[in-house]
Design a protein around this ligand. Sequence first.
Ligand SMILES: [Zn+2]
Length: 470
Amino acid sequence: MNRVSVRRLLLALATTVVGASGAIPLRGQAAEDSTVALLRQLIRANTSNPPGHERLVAELLAPRFRALGFDVKIIPTPDSTKAAIIARLRGDGSKRPVLVAAHADVVGVEREKWSLEPFDGIEKDGFVYGRGAIDFKGGMAVFARAVMMLAERKVPLARDVIFLAEADEESGGPYSTNWLAQDHWADMNAEFALNEGGWIMKGDDGRVRYVSISTADKSSVPLTITARGTSTHSSMPRPDNAIFALSRGMAKISAYETPLTISASTKKFFLALSKTSKPPLSEYYRDVVGDDPVKARRADSVVSRDPLLHSLIRNTIAPVIISGGFRNNVIPGSATATVNLRLIPGSDANALVSTLKQVAGDPSLEFSIGSRVYASAPESSDTTELYRALEKEAHAVFPGAEVTPYLFQAGTDAGAWRSRGVPVYGIYPYPIDADELTRMHGNDEKVSVASLKQGTEMIYRTLVDVAAKR
Ligand SMILES: [Zn+2]
């Protein structure tokens, strides 16, 4: 194909993404509509990790950004199927850049538990279905469309706006943002950044109750518990059976609950939640972060029925893998459990492990901590220009909702910035409800078309606030 055709193709691609009216600056709904079209294409690029194949996403996005005048770099990794993409829209340089980051990989699926194809990008009954609809192809589509709209509408910028799609967030693989930051920090350095994290949470009536913007992540620590016994013929069982020993210890740990541990942002979050709730819940939300330990314990027992809220107020313990044995007539010499600990910033993993040893009550069980998948990083300030803009536009797009900083219950790859002193704010940029939240990393993951539009509007307006020339 000759150069002119390539150019025409690129323009045509850009036109498909921005909608029927093409390269003319767009107003109103049309531009936000194309978030849906982009999300469907991103879902079709199957980036289940492992193995990832994140280069698919870089190659899908690169021509679209180039056609809009972004400086685009595809950053290869030693694994040729994995790449990151950095697209920079230039400002006049009077302010330092703002960055939006989205991981390109998704977790795998249990195909037989899905009622429709997880990688077809299906739009049905007002929802887009597919792996990553929420985590985080949906967010990537919103972030990408919001920065593209700055270019389409020719918004004059005081600072560069950088879009980054990175690899290896979901699997703990080697080519994550931490890897990228070692050699490409200059390309991803910014005054502040947006990433996945907090929630735009709907209540039972479908209205947005609160917008939580994450300012810190919990850290993730893998713990292995091993029981050992005599390996022998299963016709002559002995008392030192490794599987029984492991099971007894695990049963005791299952009955243990960690104490309340409330961070500064968690306190603000629950006070915001209290304001949007009716008694008695409003009182429980207030009490669980309050100073009265008796009231806090009582509130904990109610609040913790919600798994998300439960995870915000304490370190958590989740067995994720159990293994032992290999034949039906051999007693194995060992059995192991992998337990995923999720810690509030400032918590001591070793102290929690010592407690678990005591709880298990069997000195012969071996406990060992693996390397941290997500290291703890300092909390980002809720007074920066970007946080303030998010807060303002969340109020504008979702009137009546509380807006609050938030300790994210899971891990993200924000540590690459936070550990270098760059504040990162996390949001899943679309209103969701409890049912949709359950499907994240689960089955029939979906996000609503209306939510994608609202999210695109909120993020676009936020970027205009922080990056447009005044
Ligand atoms: Zn994610």
